[in-house]
Design a protein around this ligand. Structure first.
Ligand code: TXA
Ligand code: MG
Length: 334
């Protein structure tokens, strides 16, 4: 192993102060550090130093064509890293006032201060402000924007706890700051700002219904250029093959005793499955999103041959959940 990875607790005021100091010292030295955000854990580094950002790609084994989100220490940084076209001004102000800090990422024309490695050479930059108090404290003390993708190895399930990060990146980074389980559990909603309209590049905790109050939402036309490689069909993948299907439809297959079930809110025939995880016994989409990746990970670790995932209602947060399940199914196509 290249490094011993330290997992720093933030449970007491003293532990928090120590974790914050260590994180800021490493970031200042150009090292990547895993930090909690309200969506999923991120692997953060100084967004304005290309060689620090390169270390993120190295630790994640992420291809350089996949650009990173820049997390701002405060809203004043927005216009230092991005330009806001006059036509987009009212929309951007409305969105940032309503949703920042929080799980909404805006894609805007970039400024030259942002290194190419962050944007993969695109003329745009993705920006957000995290609402996690530990992330914010570190970002404010560090005083500069942090580039931070999800803290998993490329293509794999995003981490929603510090333990998940350890299992993905142990020995590859020096520090994980444990800020407890991520509140939302799915990655931020990404929107491209196009004049006075929006294009949703990735569904997430901020729903299209919420966004529609601020501006017209453009739809993707068939053949539209892929702008966010997070839109790759294969992503968020467990190692075990995953099928999106109603549990009743796999009765025959489940009889082999080595099928796991990721259920929505209940199970009719639990005995048919080797293991069962229920996303939300009370049919609450928020709870389902918050626990989706941990439950997927638990089934992946259960040594089953196949994971059957049951669809959830596709409204509000359910859109983001179904998006992640479809990609997981696509990545592991049998
Ligand atoms: O909730 C989140 O957004 C988490 C936390 C850590 O903030 N981050 C996250 O980062 O999910 P990542 O790297 O796993 O996903 C970022 C997505 C990628 O799909 C990337 O292609 C897209 O953002 N992206 C980044 N810059 C872009 C740009 N200029 N234009 C279009 N898409 C962009
Ligand atoms: Mg990711």
């Amino acid at each position: 192993m290249a490094f011993m990875t330290v997992c720093a607790s933030t449970h007491s005021a003293e532990a928090l102060a120590d974790a914050v100091d260590r994180a800021v010292a490493l970031l200042t030295a150009g090292e990547p550090v895993a930090l909690p955000t309200e969506t999923v854990y991120g692997l953060a580094a100084d967004a304005l130093r290309a060689e620090a950002v390169a270390r993120i790609f190295e630790a994640k084994e992420r291809p350089f064509f996949d650009p990173l989100i820049v997390h701002l220490p405060d809203v004043e940084w927005l216009e230092l890293v991005a330009s806001i076209p006059a036509k987009s001004r009212a929309l951007v102000d409305g969105l940032t006032m309503r949703f920042w800090p929080g799980p909404l990422t805006l894609v805007l024309p970039r400024k030259g201060i942002v290194p190419d490695i962050v944007t993969s050479g695109l003329e745009t930059v993705a920006v957000r402000m995290s609402a996690h108090p530990v992330f914010n404290e570190i970002a404010k003390l560090f005083g500069k924007p942090l580039a931070a993708p999800s803290a998993n190895r490329f293509g794999r399930i995003s981490p929603t706890t510090a333990a998940h990060v350890m299992s993905e990146l142990n020995g590859r980074i020096k520090l994980v700051v444990d800020g407890g389980p991520a509140a939302h559990g799915v990655e931020s909603t990404i929107v491209a700002v196009e004049g006075d309209a929006l294009r949703i590049l990735r569904s997430g905790p901020v729903s299209s219904e919420q966004l529609a109050e601020f501006g017209r939402i453009c739809r993707f036309e068939k053949g539209h250029k892929l702008e966010a490689p997070g839109q790759l069909e294969s992503h968020y993948a467990p190692r075990t093959p995953l099928k999106l299907q109603l549990p009743g439809a796999v009765s025959g297959e489940a009889a082999t005793g080595d099928v796991g079930l990721l259920a929505w809110s209940g199970v009719a025939e639990p005995h048919k499955f080797a293991c069962v995880e229920i996303l939300s016994p009370t049919a609450d989409l928020r709870e389902a999103a918050a626990t989706l990746f941990s439950k997927m990970r638990r089934l992946d670790e259960a040594s089953v041959r196949l994971i059957v995932a049951e669809p959830v209602p596709e409204r509000g947060l359910g859109v983001a959940i179904m998006d992640r399940l479809r990609r997981a199914a696509h990545s592991t196509a049998l």
